[in-house]
Design a protein. Sequence first.
Length: 122
Amino acid sequence: MALPPAKTFEDLIVWQKAHQLVLNVYKLTRSLPKEELFGLVSQMRRSAVSIPANIAEGFKRRGRADKARHMNIAQGSLEELRYHFILCGDLDYLKKGTAAEQIAEVGRLLNGYLQSLQASTS
């Protein structure tokens, strides 16, 4: 059974999961050392927020190519965030693998959404 078309970006499951990821990043970064507040904490939050923000912006773009570009930007921010979590694990700031499944899920959803946009342009 197909879902009805999304009326707002908030209807998109990929946006919902990305938003939950942001909330988790904010929660997790509270436990990082205070000296990382303007470094790693800031970078992690910025890259995390960029994911659902680009999904939201891309949702309203008229052309499929422009929509796809924003989804690709979101993918780039997700990979940046993935690296930040790897670094946090290697620095023993967070348990290795923290948020890995959540990041992987958002990645799969983003990839699927991007592929559907690209398939509809061919």
